[in-house]
Design a protein around this ligand. Sequence first.
Ligand code: TI1
Ligand code: ZN
Ligand code: CA
Length: 696
Amino acid sequence: MKKFLSIFVTLLVAFVAFAFLTKEAEADKSVFGTKSFDDKERIKQISLDYLRGGLAARSIGANDFNVKSVEFDDLNMAHTKVRQTVAGIPVWEGEVIIHLKADGSLASVTDDLKDRLIVNTEPGFSAKEAIEIAGNMYDGAAELTEAPIAELWIFRGKARDHLTYRVEMPRLDGTEHTSIPVVFVDAQTGEKVFEYDNLQTATGSGSSLYSGTVSIETYLNGSTYYMEDIGRKIGTFDNRNTTDTTNRFTDTDNTWDGSSQRAGVDAHYGAAKTFDYYKNVHGRTGIDGSGGPGYYTSADGVTKLISSKIHYGSNYNNAFWNGSYMTYGDGDGTTFSPLVTLDICGHEMTHGVTERTANLTYSGESGALNESMSDVFGAMVERYARGGTVTSDTWKIGEQTYTPGTSGDALRYMDNPHAKSGGGYTADDDPDHYSERYTGTSDNGGVHINSGIGNKAFYLVAAGGTHHLSGVTVSGVGTSPAERIWYRSLTVYMTSSTNFSGARTATLNAATDLYGSASTQYNTVATAWCAVGVGSCPGSGGGSEILTNGGFEGSASPWALSGSGAFYTANGSYPHGGTGYVYFGVNNSVTGQAYQQVSIPSGATGSLSFWLNVTSNETTTSTQYDKLFVEIRNTSGSLLKTLTTYSNLNKGAAGSYSQKSFDVSAYKGQTVRIQFRATTDGSATTTFRVDDVSLR
Ligand code: TI1
Ligand code: ZN
Ligand code: CA
């Protein structure tokens, strides 16, 4: 043990000398010459000579010292820091600093030496036993996150002096119990002499780029603050515009307002908020659930930190998780400003969570779900950090960094993925319906494109709305139930190969666990997936069928077809089910309709659904020229309500049907006509195919 200590001290002196030498080039002229290592040896001897005068009266041995460092300052003074020892064992808080003037004369002494120590320096038991004894004194000994360390120290107690083992027990688990308890155990009697918590955290003030002035947790070591949060075990590092050199972010006054520190502040804050979000909302500690994964080691020498690298590369327009840590680019200033917003930090750390749970393969549908999970929880982290309110920005992804020259836009829109323009993957960009999904090979099979389908489903569960394509209306159940369901689906039910259909099942299973299979939440999840074209809507299949021959099999009867633009076929190429279906339009300047009159019992579900396929020769992406109206009329044929209007804008491939669903419960207890009616203009034809109509 003593040998270990002296090696440690030697290393420490060598390290200080090295640190000094690296600064030497910029040093000014000094009476201490070049301030070389030799000068330090000379200063050390001068200092010890001053020290030795008068020690005998204090019962301190002339050689009971270890010089820890010699430092020169801006005022041409030298300061020799010395540790008191007894028989080579360090004395706790037994320190002295000898301050020398430029001419080598004594300026002053900071004297905290312990006089007349009386102690037996032979321990009665081993360091290993000391760790066991200390463990019995600390409740959380089973929760330690690092191996405890025991070292011999002489300790000046209240009643007498002790030889002690100083046992340090790191519990850096990110819980409220996060601490580094230190217990001094008497090395002969085993009694506790003293204890304290050695977790040296500080709260700094950071000038973020995107969240104003924020509090950040930092670590103070000597007189340097590090951008390291020892409690949460999160560290933020500086790539300084390289891709391979990593430096610590440091500061002298714990006010982080330097221009290159600011992006670091955002990422450090974003990582802390993401950590707290997962901890407080979902009970998950860290990315891996056990407070890690740690990558870089803190300046404290022990704590492995969940790490973020900032200022990666030059003009780098992205951010990513690589399986071990997060990396953030500065952007090129045009497409992106530094990519360190709350939603991006949440996005990247969530990739880590996904990797340690479902591990969704980053390709195709599972990859789109992986990206969607990152957007969903990125948005939820942003909401959490901003006090829990949902705003229009909650559903925008990257709005604070995307195209800094254009305000109000975003990289992606969870509420309306089509609002993204310019990627060119679908007519109006990111798909929000399964039938619009991108099946090409770009972007790993569209992971950032088809994420829109999952994002829209989550949005509908949380906030509700009517889907523009399916016409399905969802009553949102609120953001908190939605995030709980999604988190459980990700961590409990999804696997690496989960596709959209599997995601529907996973979220339904999670909703069943949390709220029950008869719950509003369960129904809403099913309706939301149905709205984005994944699975059928609840209710369709529930309750008994009220319509007759909704599948148009054998004949159109009892549907009444009239006009020049309504047709029945039993041998056409595009039935949805069976062989028969009706179709409308087809030619220019026609009108035509089909209705069936029904009495809707007051005990009915009140849900109308059907399958629709639109093909068109129209090329516009903005104007409705040819239309299909879905109408409720009374028994005289007067219009009561137009449920929706489809047009040439809904066109797709022939036979590519999607299911539409409407709430008609307002007409329960009434006799009404369910009518489809088409009108076309004078050029470029459109055909509307309708099949498998159901009213329950
Ligand atoms: S996880 C990472 C994949 C990057 C792969 C290339 C190394 C990713 O998805 N990054 C996000 C960053 C982001 C998140 C930017 C939210 C803005 C808002 C991302 O969406 N990147 C886009 C630019 C992409 O890679 O297409
Ligand atoms: Zn991503
Ligand atoms: Ca946002």
